[in-house]
Design a protein around this ligand. Structure first.
Ligand code: GLY
Length: 264
């Protein structure tokens, strides 16, 4: 499939994968997954807010493309990033007889997930002492984001999500910050063309950084943690219940000079 929605390709030690964003691409997901080599069963893991509007469509699209797809629904929110829930997911997968060659699918429907969390393979759970304290680098087969999913978000969720995209501008692309200033209203109204374009541009920055420093050992990927030292402290000290992630990062960026990033 030729893809005008391709934002970037991530290159990593084990190969490469496409990063794609467009408007309304969710219904093509099955075909796109076949294109990146997905075979056998797939397991969609998503939260209760995302399942009904998007999870079922993803399941249908996969099944139409010949991929048997099963769904596991988790509670929405940061508190689901726990040992207990990870264990419940492993049990469910074992009961389903999931195999190494099968595929797990999670659906990025927030801005932060689209431009940041879905790209680069960081997977982790939280401990009470700190966010993302136990995890791994595990690169996906592809990242596919449907910008139309943003149109069901409230203004607070939208604003927090744009924080991660603006962060990419602050650290590596000053012109992207100008684009945000110029199109602030259209972005908050989730204008289809501008939103998808800005998401692709922001994704491309993340993809480039990850391609250069996959495991955050070269002092490049750590740039992406701009604002996160204070942001994570705010989130964990309030038990992940008060600040949305992007809100913490926004406060963190105000309190931390851009030339002094810390850890995520
Ligand atoms: N969210 C920061 C990173 O992926 O490195």
């Amino acid at each position: 499939m030729t893809d005008s929605n391709l934002a970037a390709t991530v290159h990593h030690s084990g190969g490469s994968y496409p990063v794609v964003a467009g408007w309304g691409i969710l219904d093509d997901l099955g075909e796109r997954l076949v294109d990146v080599g997905v075979r056998g069963a797939a397991y969609i893991i998503t939260d209760e807010n995302v399942m009904n509007p998007y999870g079922r469509r993803v399941q249908r699209s996969l099944q139409e493309a010949g991929i048997p797809a099963h769904c596991f629904i988790i509670p929405a929110g940061e508190s689901s990033k726990s040992f207990e829930l990870a264990q419940a997911i492993y049990h469910w997968l074992a009961e389903r007889r999931a195999e190494r060659g099968h595929t797990i699918i999670s659906v990025p429907t927030s801005m932060a997930a689209m431009v940041d969390a879905s790209i680069g393979g960081k997977v982790a759970i939280n401990l009470p002492m700190a966010k993302n304290l136990v995890g791994a680098f595990y690169q996906p087969k592809g990242v596919f984001a449907d910008a139309a999913a943003l149109s069901t978000l409230g203004k607070r969720e939208l604003a927090e999500g744009w924080a991660e995209a603006i962060k990419h501008g602050f650290i590596l692309d000053a012109e992207l910050v100008d684009v945000f200033e110029e199109h602030a209203e259209a972005l908050m109204d989730v204008d289809p063309e501008i939103s998808a374009e800005v998401i692709r541009r922001s994704m491309a920055i993340k993809a480039e950084v990850v391609s250069q420093d996959e495991r955050e050992t070269l002092g490049i990927r750590i740039l992406l943690n701009y604002g996160h030292t204070i942001g994570h402290a705010l989130e964990s000290s309030t038990e992940y219940g008060r600040f949305l992630h992007g809100e913490g990062v926004s406060v963190g960026m105000m309190g931390q000079p851009a030339w002094l990033p810390r850890w995520a």
